[in-house]
Design a protein around this ligand. Structure first.
Ligand code: MTE
Ligand code: LUZ
Ligand code: MOS
Length: 762
């Protein structure tokens, strides 16, 4: 029986729930291992005027104190631009920026050293907000733009126009395992890292650069992460650099694990955005032209901000055809921790303006927002090209939309809500159906490749290694299923091994939802090379005389046989054992590149979906409940439906959290005021939609991708935003006719109350 398509359990599920899985901090201490921590900037912007380490250096148990002067290589690094200091030099540019690395024998000694280090920083006025950055002209990279037609003219000539600004907040990743790394020194200046990273190659490259080594002297391993969500695509690097520096200086193994609150303060988050828009439309609600100006808050350095920004522009159309369009804007540099990848990677920020405007248009025209969305959906010929030139193939979007409207009884529920809101004095209900198309591929072309190593052993079991990393999303389980089917064997005989740069070189991060697409395909390519040799070998073994034609060799149920004589089969283990005796190689490396990418085709394909949320808000407290949510996604042929269901449910709720309860607050001085779960609210079990229905389209296939599957990791996060539009819809019932709510994101209780009071004043 094929393994792909079956809901086999996540390979670590049993050990996860029993607490037996090994995370980085569970690796037993090495002999002589040191603990690593750091002293960081107390202010968001300033100049270091004094730093005295002498008292701390004398403390018992303190082994080393290091500043930028001790960095053997280049103190500047970064994933796109080298504009980030590993350790601050004379200036500091965000609160929490590391200045001194401490190596000690114990936690007590680390703590004592922190107290004994005398640091004086002259504070300067920081740039915190997007407005302040624009005023100060603080930008990263060049102005960016995607345009088609004459948007200004189209908006000007349209019968109706709406304009405004929407503010979109950031989001803390809140992975369960904080950033951490272990560095072990070896011979000849070699360093081996264990790193909780989505990107072992990045750790290897940056460690080599900053610590002054060749990449051949550095190995980075990752067994798994306790969650990444994009936060470990680039930002797993600093703790690895700290541990690596200590290991190099002392010759002792060193481990650096960020405390929860320190992680909150030092690491970047989802980018806040501000979007200024002008949109023109006709009486039916057809979008005729749109001008959108985006500004993102990148924090103190570039990190991935320009890529995140590009993905925002690529998604500003969301699922709608807009004939004349102008998308422009800038990445703003501020004195906040450097913002980074987060599930959705700018796509979510990109779609918010148009989704908000569609709610406004519906209210303005006295129509239902579902109608406006449907008539603007990419679909028939002539209405299927994105602003950047890519054709939206298959017109499945309107189909999905119509299916969900029907399955979820949209119109009936709308009538019920109209009635409820007309009579309730205390509560308002809202309903909104949004649709999403998410581009799958890294927009940086060279990252769309992967390699895999497959080793078949003489007992018929198999080990697979790829550059892909497991963060809970089920990548290893899916690779196991894919490899099992290539040899028609039981997935129980396959192990997906720890990720290591020693086995797989120059790998992309496990990101952009493409982990299975890329690494699964590379693994399949490796398997096919081995199977080709084994098929030829089997052709000779399955006959007494001349080999049978290879077309007659059938792989099925853990065996190979001649299709003409199915009763005489050879078991896979016996076959490979015999092949080895004949000196046939049982190992291979596969390489895969995503086909077809080019300037007007940044994405291999789109993953699409629709979601519908029904909410109820309390007019007096601003409290909100999601009473029901329906999700319908097209993810092609699911490799593992149970895992994909988990990805969709989890992604939706994480998106909902961003859009409703998760609010990052920084003081005017650039201090993060919400660095712990007591002040930052992620969704809990009680926030999950009370009635939550998730379905995939059964009949969809995408044969260009591995086993006709489609990526699933990030897109459902964007679907969670229908909770936000549903809140906006609920609020519109509070206003006068044609008046919609000036709602920003997140729609917290306070934000809901602010809208209600503003709308009542008018
Ligand atoms: N699921 C879990 N459980 N934990 C995670 O950290 N990260 C998400 C998504 N799902 C994440 C997750 C993000 S941001 C991405 S890009 C994809 O998983 C990455 O994995 P994939 O490409 O293998 O789907
Ligand atoms: N990382 C990246 C990403 O470097 N480029 C991308 O396009 C991307 N998209 C999603 C997540 N991470
Ligand atoms: Mo995910 S933001 O692509 O790591």
């Amino acid at each position: 029986m094929p393994s792909v398509g079956r809901s086999i359990p996540h390979e670590s599920s049993r050990d996860h729930v029993r607490g037996r899985s090994i995370f980085l901090d569970d690796i037993p201490p090495h002999r002589n291992e040191l603990l690593v921590d750091f002293v960081s900037s107390p202010v968001a912007r300033g100049e270091i005027v004094a730093l005295d380490l002498s008292a701390a250096a004398k403390l018992p148990g303190v082994v080393g104190l290091y500043t930028f002067r001790d960095v053997p290589g280049d103190n500047l690094f970064g994933p796109i631009f080298n504009d980030e200091h590993f350790l601050a030099e004379d200036k500091v540019c965000f609160q929490g920026e590391p200045i001194v690395v401490i190596a000690a024998e114990s936690h007590a000694a680390l703590k004592a050293a922190k107290v004994a280090i005398r640091l004086e920083v002259r504070a300067e006025t920081p740039v915190v907000s997007i407005e302040q950055a624009i005023e100060a002209g603080e930008f990263i990279g060049t102005p960016r733009a995607i345009t088609r037609g004459d948007a200004a003219d189209a908006v000007g000539k349209a019968l109706h126009r709406l304009e405004g600004t929407i503010y979109i907040g950031g989001q803390e990743h809140f992975y369960m395992e904080t950033q951490c790394a272990l560095a072990i020194p070896g011979e000849n200046g070699h360093l081996t890292f264990h790193s909780s990273t989505q990107n072992p190659t990045e750790t290897q490259v940056m460690a080599a650069r900053v610590l002054g080594l060749g990449m051949h002297q550095v190995v980075c391993l990752c067994k798994r992460m306790g969650g990444g969500f994009g936060g470990k695509e680039t930002q797993a690097t600093p703790p690895a650099l700290m541990a690596g520096l200590v290991a190099l200086k002392t010759g002792r193994p060193a481990r650096c694990i960020y405390a929860r609150e320190a992680d909150g303060r030092v690491t970047g988050k989802r980018h806040p955005f501000e979007v200024r828009y002008q949109v023109g439309f006709d009486d039916d609600g057809h979008l005729l032209g749109a001008r959108l100006e985006f500004y993102s808050n990148a924090g103190s350095s570039a990190d991935l901000s320009t890529s995140v920004f590009d993905r925002a522009l690529y998604h500003a159309d969301n699922a709608y055809f807009i004939p004349d369009i102008e998308l422009i804007g800038r990445v703003c540099r501020t004195n906040l921790p450097s913002n980074t990848a987060f599930r959705g990677f700018g796509g979510g920020q990109g779609i918010m303006a148009i989704e908000s405007v569609i709610e406004d248009i519906a209210e303005f025209l006295g129509k239902d927002a579902a109608e406006i969305r449907l008539i603007n959906c990419y679909g028939a010929d002539g209405r299927n090209q994105t602003p950047y030139g890519q054709i939206v193939q298959d017109d499945t979007l309107p189909l999905l939309f119509e299916r969900l409207v029907e399955r979820a009884n949209y119109w009936e529920r709308r009538r019920a809500i109209d009635e409820f809101n007309a009579t309730s004095q205390s509560h308002l209900r809202g309903l909104s159906l949004t649709t999403v198309k998410f581009g799958i591929s890294f927009t940086t072309k060279f990252l769309n490749q992967a390699n895999a190593l497959v080793n078949v052993y003489t007992d018929g079991t198999i080990q697979v290694s790829t550059g892909g990393t497991e963060m809970g999303q089920g990548l290893n389980t899916k690779i196991r299923q894919l490899v099992a089917d290539e040899f028609a064997v039981d997935p129980a005989n396959i192990s997906v091994m720890s990720t290591s740069t020693e086995k797989n070189n120059n790998t992309p991060p496990t990101a952009a939802s493409a982990g299975t697409d890329l690494n699964g395909s590379a693994a399949v390519n490796a398997c096919r090379l081995i199977r080709e040799r084994l098929t030829e070998f089997a052709a000779s073994r399955l006959s007494e005389g001349e080999p049978i034609p290879i077309e007659r060799v059938v792989w099925e149920n853990g065996c190979v046989f001649d299709s003409d004589k199915p009763e005489q089969s050879i078991e896979f283990g016996k076959l490979v054992h015999a092949a080895h005796r004949e000196r046939i190689s049982l190992g291979e490396r596969g390489h895969y590149i995503t086909p077809g990418l080019g300037p007007s085709r940044p994405f291999f394909y789109y993953t699409t979906g629709c979601a519908l949320a029904e909410v109820e808000i309390d007019r007096f407290t601003g409290e909100m409940r999601v009473t029901r949510a329906d999700v319908l996604m097209d993810i092609g042929q699911s490799i593992n439906p149970a895992i994909d269901l988990g990805q969709i449910g989890g992604g939706f709720v994480q998106g909902m959290g961003w859009a409703t309860c998760e609010e990052l607050k920084f003081s005017d001085e650039g201090e993060l005021l919400t660095a712990s779960p007591s002040t930052y609210k992620i969704p809990g079990v009680r926030d999950i939609p009370e009635d939550f229905r998730i379905e995939f389209v059964e009949d969809s296939r995408f044969p260009e991708n591995v086993r006709s599957s489609k990526a699933v990791g990030e897109p459902p996060l964007l679907l969670g935003l229908c909770v936000w539009t549903a809140i906006k819809n609920a609020l519109s019932y509070a206003g006068s006719k044609g008046q919609s709510a000036p709602l920003n994101l997140p729609a917290t209780g306070e934000e809901i109350l602010r809208c209600l009071s503003e709308m009542e004043e008018v």
